[in-house]
Write a protein of this length. Structure first.
Length: 249
């Protein structure tokens, strides 16, 4: 049964995923990332793909580690980090999304006066991570039940950090679960924090700033710090796929 689940999740031709990523309104997504620190990518995965990925969760053969959030003060719920080789669908999504986000990542760093620049291909960026000892894959599958939540946090994992990541909702709100909204907060200098709630449907993704982003002020650009999390699940079960572009130490 486990091998069947793996085959279903992996049997997604790369051209389908790349074409779907290309069909996203990237002009709008980049505008939203610049303006809000996050952008919805609607319909990134089909319902069948969502179910196939979520069905991998019970089979530890796909994963390198399991984290129970309550043991570490991260919230309630749990998640598992995938091991290499990644399921084909995720292995194709990662570089396709990276190629669309690399330009804005470099522009953000230039605007904030950060000297780091990112190569054009995800493969080249991973070589940089691996050369610094960041060799453990970071794509993860999260599982929530009623009462679970994810505290506000940042997914950094080491010296080399790609400044944008993507989360894809694999479950359908109001059918599979209630509550459990994606939440992003922005800590602005000498100002109160700002919260953003993104209402996702099954297969929708949100791209968002991992750590900080530039914001235009009256005296030029300044840097704001961001954290993300998930509000308390009120009922049901919720699965999410996290696509992080840097690997971990």
């Amino acid at each position: 049964m486990a091998s069947t689940k793996r085959a279903v999740a992996q049997h997604v031709p790369s051209s389908h995923i790349a074409a779907r990523v290309d069909r996203i309104d990237w002009a709008q997504a980049i505008s939203d990332l610049d303006g809000q620190g996050c952008a919805m990518l609607k319909g990134l995965l089909s319902p069948d793909e969502c179910r196939a990925i979520a069905a991998l969760y019970p089979d530890d053969a796909h994963f390198r580690s399991r984290i129970v959030m309550g043991r570490h003060g991260f919230g309630r719920g749990e998640y598992k980090y995938f091991s290499y080789p990644l399921p084909d669908l995720i292995a194709e999504l990662r570089p396709a999304l990276y190629a669309r986000l690399e330009g804005i990542a470099n522009r953000w760093n230039e605007t904030m006066g950060i000297g780091v620049r990112y190569p054009a291909s995800h493969e080249a960026f991973l070589k940089r991570c691996h050369g610094a000892g960041q060799t453990r894959p970071t794509p993860l599958l999260l599982q929530y039940e009623a009462g679970d939540y994810n505290c506000l946090h940042q997914d950094l994992y080491g010296e080399h950090v790609f400044p944008i990541q993507v989360a894809i909702l694999l479950s359908e709100p109001e059918r599979d679960f209630t509550g459990g909204e994606f939440v992003l907060t922005e800590q602005r200098p000498r100002m109160q924090s700002r919260a953003e709630v993104v209402a996702l449907r099954q297969g929708d993704a949100v791209a968002f700033a991992v750590h900080h982003r530039p914001v235009q002020g009256t005296r030029g650009f300044y840097r704001v710090n961001l954290r993300h999390g998930v509000s308390r699940l009120r009922s049901g079960h919720r699965h999410t796929l996290g696509v992080i572009f840097h690997d971990a130490k």
